[in-house]
Design a protein around this ligand. Sequence first.
Ligand code: ADP
Ligand code: MG
Length: 392
Amino acid sequence: MQFRRLEDADLSGKTALVRVDFNVPRCEDGTISDDTRIQAALPTIRAIREAGGKVVLLSHFGRPNGEAKAEFSLKFLLPVLEQHLGEVIGFTGGDDPVSIKENITLLENTRFHPGETKGEDALAKEWAKLGDIFVQDAFSASHRNHVSSAGLANYLPAYAGLAMERELDHLSQALENPASPVLGVVGGAKVSTKIDLLSNLVEKLDMLAIGGGMANTFLAAQGYDVGKSLCEHDLKDTALKIMDTAHEQNCRILLPIDVVAATEFAAHAPHRVCGLDEVGENEMILDAGPETVNGLADAIDRAKTLIWNGPLGAFEIPPFDTSTFEAAQYAAKRVKRNGLIAVAGGGDTVAALKHAGAAQDFTFISTAGGAFLEWMEGKSLPGVEILTGEVS
Ligand code: ADP
Ligand code: MG
């Protein structure tokens, strides 16, 4: 994929407005419980400083809804950033007028301004005065048409930061320009949240394995009795249409061929492996069965590229994590031994892959949530679009 990269920018003596994602999870005492997002932002900041540029950091934090609220202030990040970067970090904005004094300055929560989420032009113009170039390094915010994720590019030349670059390179390697055959694995709770995703993937992929609660909707649409399973019976026609499109587009759909059923949604609930036509009226399908995992492993063997979103079963409650874990571990092994390219994303998916001990072996794991899904749905992301067009 072609886009403007940080290496294309002239940084010396310039001030870069850098959009980062500092929307970090915090414990009750205020400490940061997971600093992945801070770590992800550091290489770009360091690169700009090493090239002789100044940095103004922009990020949202929580949902203050356009008002300056103390509990959403970004001030808590100053000591953390100073420790990582070894420089004094300025802090500006909020109730005080914006002034840039230090080589690195953190701007107060962008969402304290009502204009931010509205993509207000006047705000873009005002912020653009703070610097010479715009560096978009928050892929996770790039599906929003906000001032700090896209609007600034109307007034400044925009470049991808290093984290953004990594994300775009890996995602385009998996979906735009993949080594084929390409296998998609889509699981999770409901079809209704992933209709656009499934519809886009069947047009692009060679094989699509559908698992999790959403597979029940497909099984029911084919006439199987899924008992008390999570199932969206009203989406029967949607499911059948996705299957039809898949057929037309030569995308092979893999549905479960056996399942794990239980009468209770609880950890270690009594359960049994059964065939698709053996689910009792009081039973729920909570995981895919071993034959299904074997079939998926065969598909993984055939694939050169794997894209995964959504667990194959109710992975939070053992032993209904089994198929997700086994398939994830198998894919991780193929990455290490056979050069499979495996890319995954989605909140619960990342948790499941980490839990399975497979995450570190995947080629790339996107932590972007919503933006990752919109990318997989084939939608254009405003914060990415600005990196590909002509410089304004
Ligand atoms: P992601 O966050 O990775 O996009 P989703 O949010 O779509 O994934 O789906 C994850 C949820 O799907 C999990 O909470 C999991 O328990 C649920 N789920 C998966 N399979 C089943 C099933 N057979 N029955 C009920 N819930 C399921
Ligand atoms: Mg989820």
